[in-house]
Design a protein around this ligand. Sequence first.
Ligand code: GA4
Length: 322
Amino acid sequence: MVLASPNPIRSERTLVTDLPIVDLKAEKSLVTKLIVKACEEYGFFKVINHGIANETIAKMEESAFSYFAKPLTQKKQASPSYGSKNIGFNGDMGEVEYLMLTATTPSIAHLSNTISNDFSSRVSVYTEAVKKLACEILELMSEGLGVPDKSVFSRWINHVDSDSVLRLNHYPPIHYPNKDRDKATCYNYTKVGFGEHSDPQILTILRSNDVGGLQISPEDGLWIPVTPDPSAFCVNVGDVLEVMTNGRFVSVRHRAMTNSYKSRMSMVYFGAPPLHACIVAPPVMVTPQRPSLFRPFTWADYKKATYSLRLGDKRIDLFRTI
Ligand code: GA4
């Protein structure tokens, strides 16, 4: 069902539907088929029965909330990778505060001791668990695509030099400004927390609390709000996986909106290759009917291009051959 958007910011179409849901405990051939279909059509899906303990998730979320509740000076002191409102280095802004951590255990020790040891160990346990889930999903993808080497995608995030990150995003509630009170009865007041973009890495594994805000855009001007489900993980294809599948899987643009009343917390693992990894599709993904869509590049090249552009730029286009 396509509705006129109630969003006063821009006139957009909103599609009322939900993401495909993949039950990881279902029969394997069904799971691989569903994952491939979802990645071709939406670039996004939800996984349930993922095997990550509720306790691991709950403890990580509790620590994230208590970190963001600290005074600003303490948050900054704890880590140079704390940020508020600024996104990237080229002037993008959003209604979000975040903590970005390298997803390997030694880097976690870089957090100053204003953050408890408990926080560090919870980050390690959570990161290990989502990394394992990401590898499992990537292996199901290679099987579903008929790639003979099932570790063709997962080996990069399993690599010791993998450049993966864990990012905690806190979207504080943004209330109606007094001058707009009268509009409040007509509109669900919402602001952009993290603007429209695609994820540069291989695979993203996102878990958010029960507050909605994530929206995906499979085509220009069309937005699909993702229903929050704290017991599921939302999985999406990154630009590198689009390249490694020679465009069969799509890295879909998405954004996060704020809520007027409640804090949204998302804990996002971005599975990335090592900087030196050469990004190229395996031979089975390239056929005479489907010639290579991208030229080979390293993750270091891609990362450099990513950080030299704006959030919403289509950086993958720089690497197209056609
Ligand atoms: C989007 C996905 C991840 O959050 C992120 C973001 C990164 C950042 O916030 O530093 C980027 C953004 C993200 C893509 C374009 C560049 C880089 C901000 C920005 C303007 C951590 C990532 O890897 O790319």
